[in-house]
Ligand binder design. Structure first.
Ligand code: NAD
Length: 285
């Protein structure tokens, strides 16, 4: 018998959690969004209102008040036990800190019904590092979204050796049902598919410019013209924002730290943080 998913609870109403909750509700599922305090829930509510405006403008079928109705239909909660008590699927998007995730799963394991599937949206932690805290490793896996889920709609699905194949399939089907393109990953891999490809490309681009071989514009131009890709690595970095790559590089090996210093001295310290600050490698109006 296949597993039915109707009621979905999202933990964390930050950047990604709010998008996942909104997209899921927009696709017709019954959604509860949980965050840690009433204040965080209020901030989440504001995120939903902003998402409603974006969907109304940019997403097909979101007009005629559907986007606003979607925001209003999401149940908000700062009570974890109540938020998950009847969930078929819980998607976790709490901060990327292993101890916080493990603590969250320990509580979840107690509060959620036995049938409930747990999925982590973690970008860098492997599900194996969290599976024991769930108390139900057979019903646990990673479901990884990309920022701006309504537009960049991949959902990378990655289990552990203990994930039940029926649970895995149910989450693949769920991803399709909320308008994502499911990407099935057969074994655990840090960085999934997307970041396994993207991070080396971005680092190679930065190494070329930091090493004085070619300007960012020349690197991007080469990548665009010779591969047909619409944007090059520095254009991507401006979209991502320079702070996250900086933090990752600053905590990596010697080569990474050299790139981090280059980013800091030439861009971050000058307020050039990417599109969000109006300037990064390029200027934006
Ligand atoms: P964020 O900081 O924007 O949001 C985190 C939210 O979790 C906040 O609303 C915070 O109040 C809440 N929170 C804090 N402690 C909590 C707890 N104990 N229980 C429940 N909620 C708690 O972070 P984000 O960027 O949305 O990232 C969340 C997860 O999504 C991370 O695992 C991250 O790796 C992953 N992710 C992020 C991106 C991205 O581009 N930002 C992309 C893919 C995946």
């Amino acid at each position: 018998m296949s597993i039915e998913i109707n009621k979905v609870t999202v933990l964390g109403m930050g950047v990604l959690g709010s998008q996942i909750a909104f997209q899921t509700a927009f696709s017709g599922f019954e959604v509860t969004a949980y965050d840690i305090s009433d204040e965080a829930v209020r901030a989440g509510r504001e995120r939903f209102d902003k998402l409603a405006a974006i969907y109304a403008k940019d997403v097909a079928g979101a007009g005629d008040g559907k986007a606003e109705r979607t925001a209003a239909a999401i149940t908000l909660s700062s009570d974890l036990a109540q938020a998950v008590r009847d969930a078929d699927l819980v998607i976790e998007a709490v901060p990327e800190v292993l101890a916080i995730k493990q603590e969250t799963y320990t509580k979840l394991g107690e509060y959620a019904p036995e049938r409930t599937i747990f999925a982590t949206n973690s970008s860098t932690l492997l599900p194996s590092a969290m599976k024991d805290a769930t108390g139900r490793p057979d019903r646990f896996l990673a479901l990884h979204f990309a920022n701006q889920v309504w537009q960049y709609n991949t959902a990378e699905i990655m289990g552990t050796p203990e994930t039940d194949p029926k649970v895995y399939q149910a989450v693949v089907d769920f991803a399709s049902a909320i308008g994502m393109v499911p990407i099935e990953i057969h074994k655990e891999k840090a960085g999934y598919v997307l970041n396994s490809l993207l991070v080396p490309l971005l680092n190679a681009g930065m190494a070329l410019s930091a090493g004085g071989y070619a300007e960012p514009e020349a690197v991007d131009k080469t990548w665009r013209i010779a591969t047909g890709a619409p944007v090059g690595p520095f254009q991507m970095l401006d979209v991502i924002g320079l702070t996250t790559p900086y933090n990752i590089l600053a905590n990596s090996d010697e080569n990474g730290q050299r790139l981090a210093k280059w980013l800091k001295d030439n861009y971050i310290d000058k307020g050039k943080l990417g599109i969000a600050s109006g300037e990064g490698f390029y200027k934006y109006s």
